[in-house]
Design a protein around this ligand. Structure first.
Ligand SMILES: [Zn+2]
Ligand SMILES: [Zn+2]
Length: 165
């Protein structure tokens, strides 16, 4: 067993790299392992660690800043992308699509209204003549349509059938 450095008889082996060394070229470790540059990580390891730290920091910051807003911006971006190039075609189509469903329920609501008798719930302070004037009918017509015993027999919350159309 000879010293890795000088070729003399080695006294021990380096506990780190197992190189045999003589007393003048090492103690527990050989001189090469005791050198400061051996403690410095290699360029590859150093750059890899720095890159990993930067990536980790970037992902952390991205989660803090961008992640809570993640669901909304992609939709807004899609709408912007869809609206900007196809604005001419969509401008004509979009209102047509919006108008089509709207008139469908609208005729359905007014159409049965004239055929069915109108109804009015008596409010506090209402008089039969005021209700009749409001609907453009006579008091007698309301009395007849509701089988009221008299024009004075009006109760709050009572539902009146308003005759006529
Ligand atoms: Zn030596
Ligand atoms: Zn060594």
């Amino acid at each position: 067993m000879t010293c890795y450095q000088c070729g003399q008889a080695a006294s021990a082996r380096c506990v780190r790299c197992s190189r045999p060394f003589c007393p003048s070229h090492g103690r527990i470790h050989c001189d090469r392992c005791r050198a400061p540059e051996s403690a410095v990580p290699s360029t590859f390891l150093y750059r890899g660690a720095v890159l990993l730290a930067v990536l980790t920091l970037g992902v952390g910051v991205w989660h803090l800043v961008a992640w809570p807003q993640f669901p909304s911006p992609p939709i807004a971006a899609k709408e912007l992308l869809a609206a900007t190039p196809a604005q001419a075609t969509h401008a004509g189509e979009a209102p047509a699509l919006q108008e089509t469903p709207t008139p469908t329920p609208e005729p359905a609501a007014p159409t049965p209204a004239p055929s069915e008798p109108r109804r009015y719930t008596v409010q506090p302070g209402n008089t039969l003549s005021a209700i009749a004037a409001q609907f453009g009918v006579s008091v007698d017509e309301i009395v007849a349509a509701n089988n009221l015993p008299s024009a004075a027999a009006l109760q709050i919350g009572q539902e009146l059938v308003i005759p006529g159309g």
